[in-house]
Design a protein around this ligand. Structure first.
Ligand SMILES: *[C@@H]1O[C@H](CO)[C@@H](O)[C@H](O)[C@H]1NC(C)=O
Ligand SMILES: *[C@@H]1O[C@H](CO)[C@@H](O)[C@H](O)[C@H]1NC(C)=O
Ligand SMILES: *[C@@H]1O[C@H](CO)[C@@H](O)[C@H](O)[C@H]1NC(C)=O
Length: 887
């Protein structure tokens, strides 16, 4: 057992040690210490759990500069400050995916170089927090080959070699090799710490990253969401991400779902409710007694669907369901005990005991799980849903109705017709609603393992109760993947499925597309002669009339266990509530949610985890064969056209104040809504472009150019590609073209060539732009590119916010015209030269004067929001700032 003692927190922070809730484990003694002030916090506040995680991070990382005491206070005051303040967040780790990792690795490698050149120790240059790079090879080979052609795999492994160097040389970088064959979920579970233990500290896990399934981890109680590459890199550099202190919508789950409802029913129903609630741009957090009924798989599925309902994330605080799950993903007992004790002590553990106080939320959405009932869909279209309770009467209605989307128009006197049929020496009676096809299929819509296990466990209980499936029913089992067969087999249910006739017929959606073995001749004939409405039930996604077999006119989609249940019943004209199967009711053999969760954890989670772990240990054949050098500095390959040491650090300078911008020429005079894709296109490299000239000089043919996106590791290509979008509308040129005028010579040139001439002449350049400069997805090269072109400032009417921060992050001043002013109201032509008059000391939001060579003087606002941004700017951007710190 872990004991607690109250002690002054040893985590001393110069500015705000007063209320740190950070708990410290001292390994020798092993008790968990809790500061007195943090107890006050625990008793006093009813912050949502997700906000507690933000708060803990702000206290732990408070340095009075990047994270301030006021930030922590603002988070603590969430109730009144939500939506009104920006707060910094330092996640515990980052996850990079595939190519997004390359620029970051290249920058760190370059930083080592710069620090060495400046006389520092390059070994000190490492990411500030653990960084996992996942490389999903299979995906990439496909994608790369479609874009780049045959040499792609080779190219890919060239890149990998560089990555491998990174993982060997840097601390805090680990690379999950390709072909480890992981699903996203396992991937995240493998990487997830839930609670971090670094030296003597324990703190909650949290993560940002470029993986598109990032929000899944919130199902495990890990706060995390997806951000762009440059934000991820900033976190690796030790900077926080900033976010508006979010509103938190509490989603209260009450009651118990109908036992016949599967995980899929529950997940879909919850996401449907959230779609109708107003959760866009907010955090969602689950609470209430119903939460314990959701397995971790259900939770991560709900959390993964955030983009569908627009929430930033859907947080499930750790509870005993989570802990039980973690037991099966390789966490040892001692570690789990510490984790539990820690989370309970800092009130990050959710439990349903009446003594625990629920947080106060911005808004509460209540979902009663008991309102979730199972449905099937059919008989002709998948959008026609029928509650299982109403199946019998609904089918009756279909018989009565006119032929149409649902009706079969069977005369009343014929509705109870019975057609006797001889099959394998026995006589059976077919009637309307009889089932002749039953197919259990694992399709994308029911990939949650618990539903296939439910079918298996139901089969087991049915066989044990002596139930059978009539032999003329074409039963089949299509597990979807070897993994499904594996867990059906390891959980011991496969023989029971097969005993009921559900034999594995193959993978993929064989039955969906009508590949079942034909129905027995005798049955077909009987159906035709008696004009019987025979039924198929399947757990696939398609059920068009006649699709399974032309003589089967009613087809229903149902969950895998319901397919088994209807097969046993032999008809859809049954009310499971009141009519037994043989001498037992369906509810008596239906697996409970608890049984399923246990089975899922023991048979699926633990074996998936073991398999993954083995693969991680074995590595990958080609990966293991790569021999990355273990030098401290990156062995730049001068011939490589993919990876090159960028020149961000060429002038690793002491901070200057003020930055001088004197007699700058205007490189580009742009209009409104210039996007990051105008600034740094990701697409193909035009044959006449500056980048093409560079690559041609390197001996490449146009077929080998690839795209700008693929060459993000080469600053020479990316700088030449800056403003190389053919749709760029530069007012100096008058028509869309990636060109500009070099004023001293009067020549019209590619933007890069003009910028290069200006740099040679020692003339700084600026950009004039209209409204919303930098719209579009955040792209690191949209800031890095202009920086390398020698752009010192942008003068625009307004900015896209993220892009504005990125400009400061690279060392470019974002200046804004006063309201109502723009180049034309000020009478500027863009052909004059500009000097920006910086005062000795900068302050946030200050006004600066700009003087032109034609004698005009006007004011602009310097969009520095805080001291941190000013400092970064003075240092020439965050890369230089961090490099300086390492010196
Ligand atoms: C690795 O990350 C941890 C934070 O988890 C940090 O404390 C440590 O300084 C980093 N290591 C290096 C060598 O920078
Ligand atoms: C690309 O593949 C061809 C053979 O298909 C080979 O001759 C060539 O050297 C390869 N290019 C590179 C850059 O390795
Ligand atoms: C979780 O804890 C509660 C109360 O301590 C208990 O009633 C419930 O059964 C537990 N659930 C699991 C899955 O262990």
């Amino acid at each position: 057992m872990v004991k607690f003692t109250v002690k002054k927190n040893i985590f001393e922070c110069s500015n705000c040690c007063c209320f740190s809730p950070t708990l410290i484990v001292i390994p020798a003694l092993d008790p968990v210490h809790l500061s007195p002030a943090s107890i006050a916090y625990l008793l006093k506040y009813t912050l949502p759990y997700s906000i507690r995680v933000l708060f803990e991070s702000s206290v732990r990382n408070c340095d009075g500069f990047l994270v301030k005491e006021t930030d922590a206070m603002n988070i603590l005051d969430w109730k009144t400050k939500q939506n009104n303040v920006e707060v910094p967040f330092c996640p515990a780790r980052v996850v990079l995916q595939d190519f997004t990792g390359i620029p970051a690795m290249v920058d760190f490698a370059a930083m080592r170089e710069a620090v060495r050149n400046a006389g520092g120790d390059p070994v000190k240059v490492n990411p500030a927090c653990p960084t996992d790079l996942t490389v999903d090879h299979s995906l990439y080979v496909l994608r790369i080959e479609s874009i780049f052609g045959k040499n792609a795999t080779l190219f890919f492994f060239l890149i990998l070699e560089k990555l491998q160097w990174s993982s060997k040389v840097f601390k805090n970088i680990s690379i999950i090799p390709p072909e480890t064959g992981m699903a996203h979920q396992v991937n995240l579970e493998y990487l997830s710490r839930v609670v971090f233990e670094v030296k003597d500290f324990l703190y909650p896990d949290s993560v940002v990253g470029t993986d598109s399934h990032m929000t899944m981890v919130n199902g495990l109680g890990i706060l995390g969401w997806g951000v762009g590459g440059i934000e991820t890199e900033a976190v690796m550099l030790g900077m926080p991400v900033t976010l508006t202190l979010p509103e938190v919508v509490g989603c209260e789950l009450t009651g118990a779902a109908s036992p016949l409802a599967t995980s899929i029913d529950i997940v879909l129903s919850i996401t449907k409710h959230l779609r109708q609630a107003d959760v866009a741009g907010k955090f969602v957090e689950f609470f209430g007694s119903g939460v314990s009924q959701l397995s971790v798989a259900d939770r991560t599925t709900i959390a993964n669907m955030c983009p569908e309902y627009g929430a930033i994330l859907s947080f499930f605080p750790v509870d005993n369901v989570t802990l039980k799950h973690l037991k099966y993903t390789g966490f040892d007992k001692a570690k789990l005990e510490v984790m539990e004790a820690y989370l309970k002590a800092v009130k990050l553990f959710r439990n349903d005991e009446s003594s625990s106080r629920e947080p106060e939320y911005s808004q509460v959405v209540q979902i009663s799980l008991s309102s979730i009932i199972p449905y099937v869909s059919g008989p002709k279209r998948s959008q026609d849903r029928v509650a299982v309770n109403n199946m019998k009467s609904d089918f009756q209605a279909c018989l009565n109705e006119k032929s149409g989307v649902k009706g079969f128009q069977i005369a009343v006197e014929k509705q109870n017709d019975i057609v006797p049929v001889q099959y394998e020496g026995n006589e059976y009676k077919l009637s309307h609603g009889c089932i002749v096809i039953a197919a259990v299929i694992s399709c994308t819509n029911n990939c949650n393992p618990s539903v296939m296990l439910a079918a298996g466990l139901l089969a087991k209980k049915a066989v044990e109760a002596g139930l059978v499936v009539k032999p003329y029913i074409r039963t089949s089992l299509s597990p979807g993947s070897g993994m499904v067969t594996h867990y059906l087999s390891s959980s011991g249910v496969l023989p029971y499925l097969s005993k009921l006739g559900f034999e594995v017929v193959g993978y993929g959606c064989s039955t969906c597309v009508g590949n079942t073995a034909p129905l027995p001749e005798a049955i077909r004939n009987a159906i035709k002669q008696g004009d019987i409405i025979a039924c198929g039930v399947l757990s696939g996604t398609k059920n068009f009339e006649g699709r399974l077999c032309d003589c089967v006119r009613a087809n229903y989609l149902a969950s895998p266990p319901l397919v088994v249940a209807y097969a046993i019943a032999g008809t859809v004209r049954i009310d499971f509530e009141t009519e037994p199967l043989g001498n037992i009711y369906l509810r008596d053999i239906w697996p409970t949610r608890k049984e399923l969760h246990t089975m899922e954890e023991e048979c699926v989670i633990s074996s998936m985890f073991k398999e993954l772990q083995e693969k991680m240990e074995k590595g990958n054949k080609r990966w293991n064969l790569l021999e990355a050098p273990e030098s401290t500095l990156f062995p730049w390959d001068l011939k490589s056209t993919y990876i090159r040491c960028p020149s961000f650090f060429d002038k690793l300078v002491k901070p200057v104040s003020p930055q001088l911008i004197e007699n700058a020429h205007v490189l580009l005079y742009l209009g409104d809504s210039v996007t990051t894709d105008h600034i740094s296109p990701a697409g193909s490299i035009a044959r006449s472009s500056a980048a093409a000239k560079y690559l041609t000089n390197k001996g490449l043919t146009p077929r080998e150019f690839n795209s700008y996106g693929a060459r993000r590791g080469n600053d020479a290509v990316m700088t030449r590609g800056t403003f190389a979008n053919i749709k760029l509308l530069n007012k100096f040129i008058g028509k869309p073209a990636p060109k500009t005028i070099h004023f001293p010579s009067g020549q019209t040139l590619d933007v890069f060539e003009a910028a290069e001439l200006y740099q040679k002449e020692g003339i700084p350049v600026i950009i004039l732009a209209g409204k919303k400069y930098g719209l579009g997805s955040s792209r690191d090269w949209a800031a890095k590119g202009p920086f390398l072109l020698g752009v010192k400032a942008v003068l625009a009417e307004s900015y896209e916010k993220v892009h504005k921060s990125q400009l400061i992050g690279i060392g470019i001043a974002p200046l804004q015209f006063l309201p109502g002013e723009n180049p034309s109201t000020l009478g500027l032509t863009g052909r004059e030269q500009f000097s920006v008059l910086f005062p000795p000391e900068l302050s946030p939001g200050m006004t600066l004067d700009v003087k032109t060579s034609t004698g005009k003087v006007f004011s602009v606002i310097a969009l520095f929001e805080n001291d941190m941004e000013i400092t970064l700017y003075k240092y020439g951007g965050s890369l230089n700032f961090v490099a300086r710190r390492f010196l």
